[in-house]
Design a protein. Sequence first.
Lengths: 439, 414
Amino acid sequence: MLAYHLRIAAKSLRRTPVLSALLVVGIALGIAVSTAFVAAYHTVAKDPIPSKSDKLFYVTLDSWNPERPWDDDHPKDPPNQLTYRDAVSLMASTIPTRHTAMFKTELTVFPTTREERPFRARTRVTFRDFFGLFDAPFQYGGEWGKDADAAPQAVVVLDHETNQKLFGGRNSVGKQVRIEDRNFTVTGVLAPWYPKPKYYDPHNDSFETPEEIYVPFRWTLPMKFVTSGNTSGWKSYGPDFEDKLESESVWVQFWAELDNARQRETYESWLAGYVGEQKKLGRFARPLNNRLWDVKAWLDWVQIVPRSTKTMLVISLLFLVVSSVNLIGILLGKFLARSPEVGVRRALGASRRHVFLQHLLECELVGLLGGAVGVLAALPLLHGIERLTRSPDDPQLLQLELPILAAGIVLALIAGLVAGIYPAWRICRIPPAAHLKAQ
Amino acid sequence: MELGPVFRALIHNRARFLLITLEVALTLAIVVNCINMVLDLRGKVLRPSGYDEANLLVVTLEPFAPAYNDTEYLHSARQRDLERLRAFPGVRAATAVSAVPLSGGGSASGRKVEGAKGDSVPAPYFEVSDQAIDTFGVKLVAGRNFEPGEHRDWFDADGEEHDRPAIVSQKFADKLFPNGDALGKRITNSKGLSSDIIVGIVETMFNSWPQADSISGHAMLLPGRPEDKRFILYMVRAEPGARAAVQKGIEDTLLKIDSGRIVRVRTLEEVKARTYGSELGLIKILSGVVILLVAVTAFGIVGLTSFSVNQRRRQIGTRRALGATRQDILRYFLLENWLVTGSGLALGLGLAWALNYTLVRMTTVVGASAAVPKLDWGLLAGGMVLLWVSGLLAALAPALRATRVAPVVATRTV
C-alpha cells in the first residue's frame, strides 16, 4: 500500500513540475539557511572535549585589588588569570592527576635552510602535562620528560604544520631547531589538531588553531618570555623582568584535571590552604574566592558564543518557519485544485484515510527532496558564511558535521509533515458527491 | 461595491489567506529586524574615526637580530627607519606608535581628574614619536602639539610617570571634564601616583578597540619612545593617490636597511576591515536573508493569487459577461491582495516588536550595550512599505491574467 501511495504521490508531483520544483526549492531554502546557521552555532557552542569536559578545571584565585573588584559589572568574579608567582606555587600540589600553568607568547624560529626567512611562531609556554590534559595527539615522539619541567631544558614540541615547514613532515624527533638565541631538541610532533573553540585559552582569538610550538615553562625567566595574551594589573612594580614575575599582574592560565569529587574537594581545600598562607603574608586581601571552572562553566563565563551567532540562529529558524508556512499555503492550493479528481476517487471507494495518507506522503516526499537539496545547499552556504565573517588567512572553522546534516533532513521531514497535515486533512474531507454533480 | 464581496470571498477561503497573512507578518518581523541590525552595523563601521584612513599605512617590524635587545640600539634603529620612511617619495609623515589604532589590540591605563574621589576611567593610549598628529590626520582643536624634547622616556625609578604631556580626544576630555575646561589640567591614575597634563585636544580620535562602545572615541596620545622590542610599529601617511606605491616600496626599503627583522606593511583600511570582519560579514549575511525572505514570501503570494484566479475563472467570466470591465477585475484581485498583506503587516508590527525584544534581551550582557539595537518607527514604516510594494508586484501578474479571462468562459460547463 505504501508503495502504491508513493507512486501516486510521485506521479502527482511530476504532473505539475514547475509547481513541484517551487515547493521543493522553497522548503530547501529554509532548510539550507537554518542548517547552515545551526551548524555555525554548533561549531562554536559544542562541547570541545566531551570525554573529559567535566574533569578539566580552569583555576582562578582572587588576588585582585582590595579596593575594587576585578570586574565592576560582576563584582563576585575573580580575575580571569593568575599571577606568575601563584601559578608557579600551584604547580607544587600533587593532588591533580595532571595540571599545568601556561601562557602564550611569540618566538622567532630560524629555519635550517638559508633560503627560508626566519618567522615568528605562536608559542605555548607550558608544562608537559599540557598534552595529556587536552588530549593533544602526537604524530611522532611525545612530551618532554619530567626533568624539563623542573629546570630549563632546551626541548620543544612542534605542531604538524611547523614540522612540515621545518622538516618537510619527516620524523624530526631528536633534531635541533633554532629558537631565538639557542637550539632546542624536538621531543615530539603533534598530529593535526584543531579543538574548536580553543577552550584552553579562548582569549584574544577563541577560534584560532593551537600554538605552533610548545616550550617548557621554566624558560620564562631565563629567556624573558613576554605573554602575547592579556595582562591586567592593579599594582605598579619595578622595571626589571623579575619584578614583573613577582608582581600582582595576572597573565598566566592554569588548568587541573580532577577525576572525581573527592579529588576535587581535596584540591579545593589545598587551594584554600595556599591562599590562607598568602593572606598571612599580606596578599589576597579580598574575600576567599577560589574557583574551579569545568569546561562548560568556563566557556559560559568567557561568553564563547558570539552574540551574532545566537541572533543568526534565531533568525534562520524563523526563516524555516516562513518557508514552512509558505509550503502549507501552496500545498493547500494545489490539493484543493485537485478536488474533482479526489471526489471521483472517493466516490469510487477510496477511504478518507487513504486520501489523507496519500497526500501526507506527497508532502513528506516534498520535505525529503527539499531536505536533501537543502543540506546540500547548506554546504556552500556555510562556506560563504565562513568567507564573509572570517579573513582568508584564518583556518577553516565551520564544518557541517554528520549529526547536523541528519538533523537538517529530519527538520525537513518535520516541516513536510507539519505543513502537510492541514492540506491533507482538508482534501480528504471533500464530499464525493459535490464534484460528481458538477461533471 | 468592492469591499463586501472581496471580504466574503476571503472568509470563504480563510485558511489560505490566514496562512499568507501569517507569512507576511513573520516576514515583516524578520526583515525589519535584519534591516535594523544592518543599519546599526553600517553606522558603526562607517562612522569617522578621526584618522586619514584612506592614506594611512601600518608597518609592523618583528626584529630577531640580537642587537635589538639593546634599548639604545632599538631607539637609533627606529630613528633611522623613520628618517628613511619620511624621505620616501609620496610619504607625507611617519611616526612610531606603541599600538595600532582600530586594530583590536592596544593598551589602556586608568585616569581621573587630579584629586577626584572614586575610581579612574579606562584611558586607552598610544605612545607616539614625533609627527604623530600629522601622520594620523587628526585635527588639533585646542592647545598645542608635542615639542621635540618631549619624546623621551618618562618613567621614573618608582615605575610612575610624572606630569607627562598628553593630547586627548575631545570625547575623552569631555568625559573627565564635562565643563569643557580640560586644557592644562592634570590627570592621574587611581592612586594619584602617575600624572599627565592635558596640553592639547583633538576633535575625533578612536582608540584600538572601535567595537568597545563604553570607551568609544576615548583616546590619549603620550609622547615617548615606544619600547617594545618584539614589535616595532610605524604609521605612515601617504600623499593622496600615492598609498599603493608607498606600500610597495617601503617594505624593500626597510629590509635593505636591516634584514634582521620580519617586515609587514598593511593599509589601515585592511587593519580596520579585519577588526570589523564579523560586522562586515554579518551585514552581507543579513542583507542576503532579507532578499531571500522577501523572495520566498513574494512567491507565496504569486502562488496564492494564481490559485485564487484559477479557481474563479468561471466567476470572472460571469462577471465580465454581466458587464464588469477589466479594470474591475484587476481592482478586485489587487484589493484582495491589499487586504491580506495589510492584515499581515498589522500583525507583523506586533511580531517585529516581540522579535526585537527577544533579540535585545538575548544579546544584552551586563556592562555592554546590546548587540541588537531597539527598533524605531521609521524603520517599521519603511519595512511595511517594502513588503506592501513587493506583495503588490507579486500579485500583479496573476491578477492581470485574470483580466484576460474571456466572458465566454461563463458559458462553458467545465
